[in-house]
Design a protein around this ligand. Structure first.
Ligand code: HEM
Length: 158
């Protein structure tokens, strides 16, 4: 907002674009902004399709501006290397050893995806899952111990 106030030309441009697009509407809703990932850069921009990154040369470390999960520039995430290592290890461990079920016969289409805006965007409601052990461990890891303990109480809070 500070930058927009300092640059009235940009402020006017953004406002004109919004007012043109939302002409006649009483307020802005999330649906009105659904094309903010830009379909010029992403096929099916609104679809969760992890494969899109499999053979991609797009850099997520702040070099390619269409994809900056850790931000970019001087104030970008200083935990990037740590997060990258931990998330790969954690998710690979969870997905390798366990299948995952929604509780009480709930289907994927019934799963609520409501988000809550805070310092970061997160799920509004906890994700309750049931882990089913498929590949038992041969060595103890803390992630597995956690899941195995959760498995005994049948519901896993994520
Ligand atoms: C998936 C995991 C993570 C994501 C997606 C993420 C994302 C981000 C983003 C988008 C920013 C703001 C960057 C900007 O303003 O341009 C940020 C800042 C920051 N992150 Fe992360 N982050 C993650 C994990 C972590 C971890 C594990 C740590 C610490 C161990 C960490 C420490 C920080 C710090 C200290 C900043 C502030 C940097 C500054 O303002 O100079 N982050 N992060």
């Amino acid at each position: 907002m500070s930058e927009l106030m300092k640059n009235p030309r940009v402020m006017r441009k953004v406002q004109a674009e919004l007012r043109d697009k939302l002409a006649g509407k009483p307020r802005v809703t999330e649906d009105d902004l659904s094309d903010l990932k830009d379909p010029n850069y992403w096929d099916d921009a609104e679809v969760f399709r992890l494969e899109r990154f499999a053979n991609s040369t797009i850099d997520f470390k702040g070099m390619d501006m269409e994809f900056i999960p850790f931000g970019a520039g001087r104030r970008m995430c200083s935990g990037l290397a740590f997060a990258e290592a931990i998330i790969d290890l954690l998710f690979s461990t969870l997905l390798f050893h366990f299948d995952w079920e929604l509780p009480c016969g709930m289907t994927a289409s019934e799963l609520d995806m409501i988000e809550e805006m805070a310092l970061t965007v997160r799920r509004k409601n906890d994700l309750h899952l049931r882990p089913i052990l498929r590949v038992p461990q041969t060595q103890t890891s803390s992630a597995l111990l956690f899941c195995e303990r959760a498995q005994t109480s049948s519901v896993f809070l994520f």
